[in-house]
Write a protein that binds this ligand. Structure first.
Ligand SMILES: NC(=O)c1ccc[n+]([C@@H]2O[C@H](COP(=O)([O-])OP(=O)(O)OC[C@H]3O[C@@H](n4cnc5c(N)ncnc54)[C@H](O)[C@@H]3O)[C@@H](O)[C@H]2O)c1
Ligand SMILES: O=C(O)[C@H](O)COP(=O)(O)O
Length: 395
């Protein structure tokens, strides 16, 4: 197996792959444009934020697995991967602590205006009078939007700071001391801090727009360490100017893909907007945890054929019927059942054959698009190597 790692990755985990007999090509300086050529002959591609375009996927000859050494998979062209049956996996939760630490850091930085303090100090200006004005976070209300791995880690830390915590998610909110808020118009007007931890999806794109910022308190703190496209940047800039929002961002519109270079953004002109360099996941603790998970995914796949954290598996396959056949585990038995189903022009969407202890009997579960006819079922029943079967309609 040949693995290309196209982003920064800790050395000790490269060694673990090599020790397992894998050929590793490590080139952390590759960008989106280099990948079509660089990934052409590899079996597995590991990336952090480097964009894996449709071109990279289409030109690849052997690519079978793309691992996102991180959480968000929006840098990978998943529809193109689906067309070629290439697995995409990620490392959920492995960098959550690091992002939560940064989100809390940005909250404190916004409340105390730490970057402005530092800039003035470096310029020889002393302004205790101005920078002594801060609200403090204790007793303030925090709204966490997206209560997944990172949202939960933020909540834990905010609890230690004595904040009053609300959270919103499409899943149920569970957790001691965290109140579920279903409606933005109930929480945004009372929140002193809003921290966003949503994935980039068609539903979340542009969620934080003018209407949402209008609901927020004057002078509130807005933190986004998730993805830039969750926020309408022009609406955010308007709110900063008109409502004195203080803002901490780890992600922003047109963020450079390169790991080093120049950067230009409308946000640079705003005194109370602090932007970090998409470093949420970039602590040693998080990078080691992510790398360990990446190695587990690759080695697990080699050993068992199972992909952990497989993100492009069909959520709800188009199956309406299930056939379970318990049969003697002999060559040809299953093939004869499959022939009957094929002759009926029925597609099997999913199949699993599990063997009983001792190896005499196996049980095969098939998920089907259409039902088998009585005639087909009769043929299966007539097979002396079929012990029992059940054929049911699924909900
Ligand atoms: N700045 C960084 O370096 C950095 C690092 C890691 C992750 N991220 C970003 O943060 C995002 C969140 O990461 P995570 O590890 O917490 O992911 P996660 O999947 O554990 O959590 C996301 C949560 O959002 C919820 N959600 C999805 N759509 C929603 C909607 N429309 N409304 C309400 N809730 C919704 C999900 O149910 C889930 O609980 C990632 O998708 C990634 O884009 C950024
Ligand atoms: O989704 C993620 O995991 C983060 O955005 C981290 O990105 P990075 O791996 O490029 O730091």
């Amino acid at each position: 197996m040949k693995v290309l790692i196209a982003d920064k990755f800790p050395e000790q985990y490269i060694k673990k792959l090599e020790e397992a007999g894998i050929e590793v090509i490590y080139n952390p300086n590759l960008g989106e444009k280099d990948l079509p050529e660089a990934a052409r002959e590899v079996d597995c591609l590991v990336v952090r934020s480097t964009v894996v375009s449709a071109e990279t996927i289409e030109k690849s000859l052997n690519l079978n697995l793309i691992v996102r050494a991180g959480a968000g998979v929006n840098n990978i062209n998943i529809p193109a991967a689906n067309k070629k049956g290439i697995y995409v996996a990620n490392c959920p939760g492995k960098n959550a602590i690091a992002v939560a630490e940064l989100a809390i850091g940005l909250m404190i930085a916004c409340d105390r205006r730490i970057p402005n303090n530092v800039i003035d100090f470096r310029e020889g200006k002393w302004n205790k009078a101005e920078y002594s004005k801060a609200k403090g976070l204790h007793g303030r209300t925090l709204a966490i939007v997206g209560y997944g791995h990172i949202g939960k880690e933020v909540a834990k830390r905010a609890q230690a700071l004595g904040m009053n915590i609300y959270a919103k998610d499409i899943s149920r909110i569970e957790g001691y001391g965290v109140k579920d808020f279903s409606e933005f118009d109930k929480v945004l007007p009372i929140a002193d801090v809003v921290s966003v931890h949503l994935p980039s999806t068609p539903e979340t794109k542009g969620l934080f727009n003018e209407k949402m910022f209008n609901m927020m308190k004057d002078g509130a703190i807005f933190i986004n360490t998730s993805r830039a496209d969750v926020v309408d940047e022009d609406a955010l800039i308007k709110a900063v100017k008109e409502k004195n929002l203080r803002v901490g961002l780890d992600v922003f519109k047109d963020e450079p893909e390169d790991k080093k270079g120049s950067v230009s953004s409308k946000l640079q002109k705003l005194e109370n907007v602090y932007v970090t360099h998409h470093i949420g996941a970039s602590t040693e603790q998080a990078q080691n945890a992510v790398a360990e998970e990446t190695v587990n995914i690759i080695l697990g796949y080699i050993k068992s054929g199972v992909i952990a954290h497989w993100v492009n598996k069909a959520k709800a396959p188009d199956t309406h019927y299930q056939l379970v056949v318990k049969h003697y585990d002999k060559p040809g038995v299953l093939a004869s059942v499959l022939d009957i189903i094929k002759d009926g022009d029925i597609n099997i969407e999913e199949i699993e054959n599990i063997i009983f202890d001792g190896g005499l009997v196996a049980c095969c579960t098939m998920k089907l698009k259409a039902p088998l006819s009585n005639e087909m079922l009769e043929k299966i029943r007539e097979n002396p190597n079929v012990i029992t079967y059940s054929h049911v309609m699924l909900d």
